[in-house]
Every structure is written in C-alpha cells, then in structure tokens.
Design a protein around this ligand. Structure first.
Ligand code: GCV
Length: 709
C-alpha cells in the first residue's frame, strides 16, 4: 500500500474504533497531532515519585498509564536527569526542593511547576497525597487537551471544600430520578464483591475533584444504618478512601424508632440523642473518615423534628452533636414545602429557615436547591442565598435530568449552574453573587459545600446519554473552580471525550452551549415552570389539576386564564419578591422591565402584553416553543456533520437520541400551545407548523413505566 493510502486507512481505523463510553473523559488515546506528539515525547522521559502511600501509588499508576497511552511510548519510573516529571509531597526538610509556596495550597490544592527549563523538569507538588493526585489529573488534562507544558507555573486550590455527589439510590438499586439503569451500588453483593466499577467511579470523581458521595437516597431507608449494611458501607469507603472520596449517608429521622425500638425520635429526648450518638460512634469505628449525614426532613412525607413540635435547627443540631466528636458534618436540606400552609410554595423554604439563621451548630450546612421550587429548566436563584449570613448554605444542583428530558435529551447543564452562581443577591451590595455566598467569601462561612444529584447508573457508559457525562464533569469542575466558564469546561470535556480536531470541538461546543436554552424554550419558556407530567415528570401536562396536593399541579404554577398567564409574585400577588434584596426586586417587579426569562415566574401577564420583540405574549410564546424545536433540528444537522469525526457507536447513539429529542420537543410545543390556546383564544401564527395531534390525544398519553419514578 502507498504511504498515503496506508495513512488514510489508519485514520479511518481510528475514527471507527468502537467506543462504548465507559472510559469517560479519561481515555488517554495516542495524541493524533504528530508535531505535538513529537514535542511532548521529547519533553517527557521519566516519572519519579518521591513519596509513597496508597494514594500516591494510584497517582503513579495514573500518570504512567496516561502518559504511555497519550505518548505511545514506554515511560520509565527511574530518575533520569532530564525530561522528568517529579511528583512530591511538600519536602519536610527546610529549604525544600521546589520554589512552591505550600501555604495557600491547603489540604487539596497543588502546584505544577517547571523547575528547570533546560533539563525539562516539571514538579507536581502538594501538601497532601490527594493534592498530588489532583495535580496528576490536572497535568494529564493539559496533555489530553493539547496544551503547552513548557514553563508551567500552575497553582490550583478548590474554592469549595465539600464537593459532593448525592445519589438518590435506594437499597434495592432503584434510583429515584435515575435514567441510567440501576444503582451502581450493589448492596446485595457487598461487602464481599468489589465491582471494578466502584474503583473506576472513585477514579473518575477524583479526576474532577469530587471529594464526597452520599450513597443513599434522601428519601431514606433506615436499614442502611444497621450493622450489616454498615459493613457494606465500610467496604465502599475503603475502596474510595485513597481517591479522596469520603462517604456520607442519609439519615432517616425516625431511625431511632424503626431501628432502635424507641418510642420517639424527638430530637430533644435524651434516649434519642444517645441513640444517634451511639450510632455515630459505631459508624466511625468502622469508617474513621465518614463524612456525616444528609437529611431530608419534614418534606414530601419524610419524618422530621416538626413531628415532635421541634424546629429544623433542633433536628440538625442533634445529629451535628452526634458526629462532631469525629469531625463529621450534617447537611440539612432546605427543600421543604407544605400543602397545608396556604402560602406560595416559592416562599416556604425561606419562611421556614430564615428565622433559624444563627441557630445551627457550626458543623451544619443548610443544603439549598438552586431555585425556590424544584430544579426546573430555569428558575430564579433561591432567595435564601445571601439571606442567612450566620449559617453556611451549600448549593444543591440536580445533575440527573429529572425535568430536563431525562435520559434521552442532550442538555449541557453548565450554563444553568453558572447562571445561578453568577446571579447577584445584593446581600452586601453589588457583586454579592451566589458563588461568593456558597464559597464562603461573602459571609465568612467556615464550611462550604456544593452538592449535585448524580446522573450515574450501571449503564455501560455511566449516564445513558453520552452527553450526560458532561454534566457530571461540569459539576465537578465548577465545584472546584466556579470561575471556569461553561465554554471552557465544554472545551475540556469534548477534547478529552471525543478528540481535539478543531471542527469537532467547535461544532460540539456550539451544540452544548445552545442546548440548555433550547430545552427551556421547548418546555418552559418565558418563566413557565413545573408543567411536566405528574409523578414521572416526563413530557408536558400543563392541564393537570387533580394531583394529590394543590402545589403538585401544573395549573398551580402557570395560572393560565382568559386574561393571561403566569404567577403574580409581586406585592399584589404572593409577594415572594419581597424575599429578595431591594435591588433584585427592582430588576423583576415590573412586568414591563422584568427580564423576559423570568417574566412568568413573577407576573400574571395579559396575552396581549407587548414583549421586547414587538410581538404580543401569545405570539412570543409560540415563537419560543418553535425556537426550541428549531434549535434541536439545528443540533441534529450539526451532529450529522460530525459523522467522520466520531466513532460509530457514539455517533449513532447521539443521533438516535437527537431524533427522540426532536419528537419530544415537537410534542412539548404542540401540547402546550394547544392547551394554552384554549385560554388565549388566539390562533397559532400563520405559517406555523400545525400540531401533529389533538389536545385530547396529548392528554390521553400515559407513561406507567417511565424510569426513575
Ligand atoms: C428525592 C423532587 C423529586 C423527588 C425528590 C425531591 C427532593 O420533588 O421529584 O423525587 O425526592 O425533589 O429533592 O427531595
């Protein structure tokens, strides 16, 4: 074969190499840019580790595997003079071997420094072995994303201390709101059988700086606190430990009754307090670095301190007292709303928790969902952010796509995460962003945290939709450094997950960056919210008015009538706006100046209301729904143009999912507009695509076996 033909044949073979997605962003395939490969090869000859520990062995294996894969050459473990990467902990002797400043690195930060340009010696260093492992992953990321490794002078320290995945995984392996198969935690086979997936899971988390995992659902089962299950938890903790991943459990508030045989779970009762203390001691005897508890209490039927006339602070403090001798924390969720309270659901968490500011123990964090309702495609930031200066608030995001097309829609969530982080609470004047609240810098919190409800299951590719991986990745990267932009994170992820060709990177990046707005448009444009199907939350059902409680009904949220649509949360309505700082209220309290993204969150607006585009509200709503569908079609075209750039397996998978997404987007548009049209009494604009079915047809659709329910 002629060299050119041979080359083409070879390239084709690379392009078609099967990729099942299991390797995530840690693929370490040979660098396909010949010049760059040559350059890296000449710069890297050997690797030396100056210290040993289980974590450093992992780091060494990772560095060698990564480099050998990327450079396609044997890397020696020796101490050659030149072209060396040295991984070392802060040298104990004074006047150590690097110029690194170790003080700012703390427990997890690292530096990567070129310490000798002529000899090409790079040092990856940290105060701790986990810091070194994070540094190794960062260094490999530089290579995987084709960045220069000359004159390195990198220092990286996490902005948030507790970067935690929340698994809503049940002990029977069903995952609440999970769309990627069963739980990865096989409780039945634990502790005897250690699935390789546990190790790979820990490794993937470490690669993006995630340092904690809550193994069990917030709708908790007390069984996990029994002796037998704690042995299983210990087995996982032992696997995760060298990767810097702490385990946490959800605590069912009524466990002292269910497991302990007590008559009450009253947090002020001495026997109850002793029971939790003994339970914590038992856990820590098995798992000395156990992280602590996450609690959903008095929310959606879960038991809690209010069952005994006590406050959330009483409940949280009891658990905090039990874990504090061991260095544990309690993450107490602020996701509460009560059907019995005749109050806008939007306001309830704030009303409940704001008066408790300053009443929690020092090792309690209040875990607050990003928005006031429930992980909608777009919500204004929760008014609690900035409002509790004396209580550390941690962010809760939902990585799993409960309200975002679930397992089949391509949605890159970083723009949502960033929108909330960048929002200004004005708690201490302009620039008091949510990011500064949760990283502790605004209100001097001593503990900080960010949680993400995991989208991981036992599907071979972890997340079902190949692009779901990007949301896991983005969560970890943002929890480490919330200054990164959505585009930067997408760029990194694409290069590591798919490849570095310019067209591939720019095309996928554009798709990802457009995807979240597309979903907002075809599901809940202009500030609509919670109009998904009852229970399973898949697909549109804005007509539902018969759910068990008022605030579970879509009609509660959109309030469409013959005048208009939207929830009046100004002073003439529920006045939820009053929970925000005056500057924020000013942004949103006039329907003529309110950002249209949030319009229907705060205003009941006439169908004739004139929008910025010049259209009336009805026509704008139609245009937004159509825009959502159009963007999905555009994404389909973009993806098709990548046929020769993506392995066949993932190419086809994403292509099929995009077809599902297009159909779903049309379904959302048609069902919502037919329904809202019964109120506006206005026709669809001329030349508008006609709905595929009647409203009755859409209303008749049933999804009894929708996953995750
Ligand atoms: C774990 C929403 C979800 C529930 C979830 C709840 C929560 O209501 O639909 O499945 O329960 O949020 O965050 O506790």
């Amino acid at each position: 074969m002629k060299p050119l033909l041979l080359f083409l044949f070879f390239m084709q073979a690379i392009a078609l190499k099967a990729e099942d997605g299991y390797r995530l962003w840690l693929r370490y395939d040979k660098i396909d840019d010949a010049a760059l490969l040559q350059q890296y090869r000449s710069q890297i000859g050997s690797v030396s580790f100056e210290n040993t520990s289980p974590t450093l062995s992992i780091a060494k294996k990772e560095l060698l595997t990564g480099l050998e894969g990327l450079l396609n050459k044997k890397i020696t473990g020796g101490k050659s003079i030149n072209n060396r990467i040295v991984v070392l902990l802060k040298p104990k002797e004074s006047g150590g071997k690097t110029t690194a400043d170790y003080n700012p690195l703390g427990k997890e930060g690292f530096s990567i420094l070129t310490i000798d340009k002529t000899k090409n010696i790079i040092v990856i260093t940290a105060n701790t072995d986990i810091g070194c492992l994070y540094g190794v992953f960062h260094f490999l990321r530089l290579l995987q994303t084709h960045q220069s490794i000359q004159n390195l002078n990198i220092t990286s320290v996490p902005k948030i201390q507790n970067r935690i995945l929340n698994h809503w995984d049940n002990l029977n392996r069903h995952v609440e709101r999970g769309y990627a198969g069963l739980s990865i935690f096989n409780w039945h086979e634990l502790p005897g059988y250690i699935d390789q997936r546990y190790i790979d899971y820990a490794r993937a988390n470490a690669s993006i700086g995630i340092n904690g995992t809550v193994l069990t659902n917030v709708n908790a089962n007390a069984l996990v606190l029994t002796k037998d299950y704690l042995q299983k938890v210990k087995a996982l903790a032992d696997v995760f430990r060298p990767y810097g991943l702490k385990v946490y459990l959800t605590a069912r508030f009524s466990a002292p009754i269910e497991m302990g045989g007590l008559k009450t779970a009253d947090p002020l009762n001495d026997s109850v307090r002793l029971w939790w203390k003994a339970k914590a001691d038992e856990i820590y005897a098995l798992i000395p670095d156990f992280g602590g508890f996450l609690v959903k209490a008095n929310s959606e039927g879960q038991p809690g301190p209010q069952n005994y006339g006590r406050t959330h602070a009483d409940g949280a403090n009891m658990l905090a007292d039990a874990v504090v001798p061991h260095g544990g924390i309690v993450m107490w969720r602020a996701f509460v709303y009560s059907n019995e309270t005749p109050e806008d659901r939007f306001k309830q968490a704030y009303n409940e928790f704001k008066p408790l500011d300053g009443k929690f123990r020092k090792n309690v964090l209040l875990q607050v969902k990003n928005g006031p309702i429930d992980f909608q495609p777009r919500e204004p930031f929760s008014p609690l952010f900035g409002a509790m200066p004396q209580t550390p608030l941690m962010m809760e995001y939902q990585i799993t796509q409960e309200y975002f097309g679930q397992g089949t829609h391509l949605v890159y969530e970083a723009p949502l995460f960033k929108e909330v982080l960048d929002a200004d609470t004005y708690a201490s004047g302009k620039g008091s962003t949510v990011a500064k609240v949760i990283d502790g810098s605004l209100q001097n919190y001593s503990i900080t945290g960010m949680a993400g409800v995991a989208n991981i299951g036992n599907e071979r590719n972890w997340t079902n939709h190949p692009f779901g991986q990007a949301n896991w990745y983005a969560f970890g990267r943002l929890a480490w450094n919330h200054d990164l932009s959505s585009a930067q994170i997408a760029d990194e992820w694409i290069r590591q997950t798919f490849g570095n060709e310019a067209k591939l990177v720019s095309t996928i990046k554009n798709m990802m960056l457009a995807s979240r707005e597309a979903v907002v448009n075809y599901m809940t444009p202009l500030g609509l919210a919670h109009i998904m199907g009852t229970g399973h939350h898949y697909g549109p059902a804005p007509w539902v008015s018969n759910a068990g409680r008022a605030d579970w009904n879509p009609v509660y949220y959109h309030r469409a009538d013959s005048f208009g649509i939207g929830f009046n949360r100004t002073a003439t309505g529920s006045n939820a706006l009053a929970q925000y700082a005056p500057e924020v209220q000013k942004q949103w309290n006039d329907s003529n100046t309110c950002d249209e993204k949030f319009l229907l969150w705060f205003h009941h607006v006439s169908w004739q209301h004139k929008m910025n585009s010049g259209r009336n509200l009805w026509n704008e709503l139609c245009a937004k729904y159509q825009q959502g569908v159009d963007t999905v079609r555009w994404m389909q075209q973009q993806w098709s143009s990548l046929k020769n750039f993506v392995d066949e397996e993932r190419f086809k998978q994403v292509q099929m999912f995009l077809t599902v997404q297009e159909k779903d987007a049309e379904w959302w548009r048609d069902a919502c507009l037919l329904y809202f049209g019964t109120f506006s009494k206005m026709p669809l604009p001329i030349n508008y695509e006609k709905p595929g079915h009647t409203l009755d047809y859409y209303k008749s659709l049933k999804f009894p076996f929708a996953p995750g329910n």
